[in-house]
Write a protein that binds this ligand. Sequence first.
Ligand code: SAM
Length: 250
Amino acid sequence: MKQYKDFAFIYDELMNEVDYDGWVKYIEDIIKSENVKVQNILELACGTGNMTIPLTKKNYDIAAIDISEEMLSVAREKAEKEGVELVLLQQDLAELDFDIPNLDCILCACDGFNYITYDDDLEHVFKKSYELLKKDGLFIFDISSFYKLSTILGNNMYGENREEIAYMWQNYFDEEENLVEMELAFFIKDEDGKFERFEEVHQQRAYTQEEIIDLLKVAGFEHIKTYADFTFESPSGEDERIFFVCKKVL
Ligand SMILES: C[S@@+](CC[C@H](N)C(=O)[O-])C[C@H]1O[C@@H](n2cnc3c(N)ncnc32)[C@H](O)[C@@H]1O
C-alpha cells in the first residue's frame, strides 16, 4: 500500500494548523503529572519530526523511528536547517527491533498506532515497549478514536482547494474489520502553474479503548490512564483523540 511517499513532501503544509508546540507542552504536562524524570525518549512513528525536533531542542535525548524513508528525509532536512542532530531509524513498528533498554519514555504522537492494523503486530509493539522501559518508565501515545474513524471519517468525502495544493479524500469504513481505507488524490501546482496529480491509499484500524487496554495488559502494563483530546478528563465516547499514559510498575 502506498503510504507517506509523495505525501511526505506536503505533509507539513497540510498539517500547518496543528499546534505541535501545544502538543509538546501537553506531553510534558503528562510527564510532570506522573512525577517521573524523563531524559531519554524513544519516539515511534515520528514522521517529519514535528515532535522530535522541538523535544530535541528541549534537550531530551531522542531516537526516533518511522517506516517511511520519505518522511524521515523531510525530518532530516528540517533538522539540518535548524542545526539540530537527530537519531532517525527506518523500521516497521510491526517488527520493532530496538535494543537500548532502561528507557525513561516511549512516545507515539498523532495516531501512528492506528496504522498498525493487526492485533498481533500492535501486541508486539506494546510488549517490546514494556521490555525497553525502565522501572516507572512512561509509555505515552494517542490514537484516533473508534468514533472518529467509524463516524466522522466513516464513509465520508473531504476536499480542500488551496492556492498551491488541492486534494480529495474519500473514505470507506469496513464494519467487519473496523478498517477505514482512505483514498487520497493530491493536485500540486508546479513552477509552470500546472497541477500534477498523485494518489495514495491509507488504511487505519479503528480500535476501541477497551481493545487497546486489553493489549496493553497482555504486554504487562497495569498502570494505564486514558485522557480525552489534550485534557486530563476521561474520554466520554465522542472524543476524537484518546491519549494513553502507561507506567511500567514492577
Ligand atoms: C499521522 S503521521 C504522524 C507523524 C508524526 N508523529 C507527527 O506527529 O506529525 C503517522 C506516521 O506513522 C508512520 N507509520 C505508519 N505505519 C508505520 C509502521 N508500520 N511503522 C512505523 N511507522 C509507521 C507513517 O510513516 C507516518 O509518518
